[in-house]
Design a protein around this ligand. Sequence first.
Ligand code: ZN
Ligand code: ZN
Length: 177
Amino acid sequence: MLLNVSQLLMEASGSVREYELDERIGLLDNSREDLVSGEVRLLKTTRSIWVSALFTSDVVNQCDRCLAPFSQSVHMDIEEEYFPALDPATGGRSQPENADDDTLYIDENQMLDLTPMVQEYASLDLPMKPLCKSDCAGLCPNCGVNLNDSVCQCDTALRDPRWGALLDMVGNSSQDG
Ligand SMILES: [Zn+2]
Ligand SMILES: [Zn+2]
């Protein structure tokens, strides 16, 4: 997701570029091609280009409980500041005040690469333990059957002792009510 900002860098502060983008990039790893769609707004400031972007994508994820692949929507609401690596006036290296390891740069060819940031925001939006549905029943640890699709013959109490205790409580309370 490369944007050429050579013109914008020479314009006055307050100048704006807006793009609609549809690009395939690997959101979870680089071997994949997820379709990322959205809008980008670039604002020239006195020292940088401020990027505001809103992207969405649907990625195929794997359920942490039942291991089934499922489609999950991802939202990336990006607000980041990018600094030119070269000073447009002198052509020499430039570094903003307070620069640190997280400072984002526009490369020497005035190309602003949004891909690493899009990937980072995607990983922040995706849950650590993705679930195909919040009440996914998972796999039976005894026989491995997908309990969303079928019921196995295993003793339910053997699946997980904690579930057994919980089910007893649910059973008792429904009798009370
Ligand atoms: Zn699942
Ligand atoms: Zn089973």
